[in-house]
Design a protein around this ligand. Structure first.
Ligand code: SF4
Length: 280
């Protein structure tokens, strides 16, 4: 276990500042993400160096279509998440208690170099809540000429984001819905911090955005178009991936209708240069 960054002691317990939940964590407890624990008023990151998934993936699978296309990326993930999406596509590692294997940041970089992979992707579950491990790995990777890719829900506070981003070359950020009420009620997050992350990231690195079109969560065409307008105000060139949902975890609505995906594509294409449909 490693001591976490971004927390302060409080009269009772500690408060974590890594993400906008600002969890107050009492002795012996973890925050909402289940991977940051208060032990004797020191906050520890429980998933530091605990790798649950590791694979060489085409970079297009992240999805990133305009960053080092045609290459493979050394993809790693750990466990835990700071949102609570009922349709989670990776719930076995984000919500479960999966088997993990120990790798130091240097181990990861050495493996990527050995396999001659030009980039490392922090992905699969939510990399922002293995922040310390991702940051340590990304710094070493960069020194060794590797690129760093973050595939994330974007739910992080500005200070840790600014500290991370100089080491990051590309991000795919999930915009799970453009409805703040749904973000709050169904995903246990909120919209504005994610928009802030996108806005900051596009100033520093290559960014593509993904919207998973989930019935009852993010299938309102008016909201989808509003999202595209907001993104176009940031940068008309941001590639937007509209992904088809399939039932997973605790969500059993049928898969996204292909006709809806097409309508969403048409609505977004009015505002953004590049819209891509995926999972079809
Ligand atoms: S990173 Fe985890 S512990 Fe910290 S504020 Fe977010 S959910 Fe809470």
């Amino acid at each position: 276990m490693k001591e976490a960054l971004y927390y302060e002691k409080r009269e009772q317990g500690v408060q974590c500042f890594l993400c906008p939940h600002y969890c107050n964590i009492h002795e012996g407890h973890t925050g909402l993400c289940c991977v940051r624990k208060n032990i004797e008023d020191v906050l520890y990151t429980l998933n530091y160096g605990k790798i649950t998934s590791m694979h060489a993936d085409p970079v297009e699978k992240k999805p990133l279509h305009y960053f080092m296309p045609g290459t493979y990326t050394f993809s790693i993930g750990s466990f835990g998440c700071n949102l609570s999406c009922p349709f989670c596509q990776n719930y076995t590692i984000s919500k479960g208690n999966p088997k993990s294997y120990d790798y130091t940041p240097q181990d990861i970089v050495t493996l990527a170099l050995k396999e001659q992979l030009p980039s490392i992707s922090y992905t699969y579950s939510e990399p922002l809540i293995f922040y310390e491990y991702m940051l340590d790995t990304a710094v070493i990777a960069k020194k060794n000429g590797l690129k760093n890719i973050v595939v994330t829900n974007g739910y992080i506070n500005p200070e840790p984001l600014h500290a991370l981003i100089p080491s990051i070359d590309a991000m795919n950020i999930d915009l799970k819905t453009y409805d703040d009420t749904i973000y709050k009620k169904k995903l246990k997050g909120s919209l504005q911090p994610v928009l802030n992350t996108i806005e900051t990231a596009i100033k520093h690195c290559h960014v593509e955005v993904t919207m998973l079109i989930v019935p009852g969560i993010s299938d309102d065409l008016k909201k989808i178009e509003e999202a595209a307008i907001r993104l176009s105000e940031m940068d008309k060139n941001i590639p937007l991936h509209l992904s088809r949902y399939f039932p997973r975890y605790r969500y059993n609505e049928p898969p996204t209708e292909l006709s809806l995906l097409q309508q969403a594509y048409d609505a977004c294409k009015k505002h953004l240069k590049t819209v891509i449909t995926g999972n079809v």
